[in-house]
Ligand binder design. Structure first.
Ligand code: SAH
Ligand code: SF4
Length: 303
């Protein structure tokens, strides 16, 4: 079943019917099922996975040229509660078990038309993957996808980043920084008050030193909060020294939250300052806006 990605025994049409009917009593089928599947005009497909206890998590398939990236969740909701994020609005219900994360992968692969179609996996859906460390590290090893094609996105728990570096499974690390200083970051990410931005950046450096993988810093641009030229200058100083790059992401507005993305010219100006300081910088196009593709947004409309 894992190879053929049929979603239940009824779907295994190459098996004789009596066997298909007898199997459920003998084997466990997947514990979860896909529910709402929404496709955006840009090709992005978002789907909800209904878990055994009726809770929902979100996943997204994102085509980009020859790439097909599958974005998976690590928790139901998120305990971190970042000010701009839909996933954290209602806290966390529970961690996903390793088999549930693997099932998200299988559902995504099936929707993509086969496991080989999925070229990249990102742990960037709902939840903070490093707060569900054991299940996440077990599941990503089980995908059968090379560590080079897997990215784990974290809000930045320094001790867990260092532990991940020693796993012998060197995934790409994306650190959600979103601010160039503690004052700004404390406002956006409550957890920052515990560690401080310096610790987070130091752990990211240690990750590079241990694994040889450049680290990506994710930086959401929010008008009037973190998107001015002074912020860009401070960010460039904070990240000086190489082996890192920056992804700038104009905020996807969340219903009920007061934040907006800055105008496109401010995004370009911010990128230009970083590039002038020698920091490789990409501006990420917002994908799947029509289908609430930023994390946690679709689930809020379905219960
Ligand atoms: N908890 C981890 C991984 C899940 S969040 C983390 O924070 O990195 C994945 C990404 O979605 C993060 O970079 C996060 O900042 C981003 N994100 C959250 N809310 C968003 C929004 N409203 N618009 C755009 N990106 C958002
Ligand atoms: Fe959690 Fe990441 Fe959302 Fe912050 S951005 S609340 S860490 S899912």
């Amino acid at each position: 079943m894992v190879d053929r990605l049929a979603e239940g025994f009824e779907g295994m049409t190459d098996l004789p019917l009596p066997l298909r009917r007898a199997l459920p009593a003998r084997l466990r089928p997947l514990s979860s099922r896909t529910e709402v599947v929404r496709r955006s005009p840009d090709g992005t497909a978002k789907f909800l996975v209904r878990l055994e206890d009726d809770l929902l998590v979100e996943c997204v398939l994102i085509p980009e040229g020859a790439r097909l990236t599958l974005c998976l969740s690590s928790q139901v909701g998120c305990p971190v509660g970042c000010a701009f994020c839909a996933s954290g609005l209602e806290g966390v219900a529970r961690n996903l078990a390793a088999h549930e994360i693997l099932e998200e992968f299988l559902h995504g692969a099936r929707l993509a038309g086969g496991r080989d179609r999925v070229t990249h996996v990102v742990m960037m859906g709902m939840g903070e993957p490093l707060l569900n460390y054991d299940a996440v590290t077990a599941a990503i090893r089980a995908f059968g996808v090379s560590a080079r094609r897997i990215t784990l996105s974290t809000v930045g728990l320094p001790d867990r980043i260092r532990r991940l570096a020693g796993e012998g499974f060197p995934v790409n690390l994306a650190v959600s920084l979103h601010a160039p200083d503690d004052e700004t970051r404390d406002r956006l990410i409550p957890l920052n008050r515990k560690f401080g931005i310096g610790e987070v950046v130091a752990a990211a450096r240690a990750y590079f030193e241990e694994t040889g993988r450049d680290v990506t810093f994710e930086y959401l641009l929010i008008e009037g909060v973190n998107a001015g030229p002074a912020h860009a200058g401070r960010l460039a100083r904070l990240l000086s020294g190489g082996h890192r790059n920056v992804n700038l992401i104009p905020l996807n507005p969340v219903e009920g939250l007061p934040f907006r993305p800055p105008p496109a010219r401010d995004v370009e100006a911010f990128a230009a300052i970083l590039r002038r300081e020698g920091i490789p910088t990409h501006v990420r196009r917002p994908r799947g806006r029509e289908i609430d593709a930023a994390c946690g947004q679709l689930r809020r409309r379905h219960r």
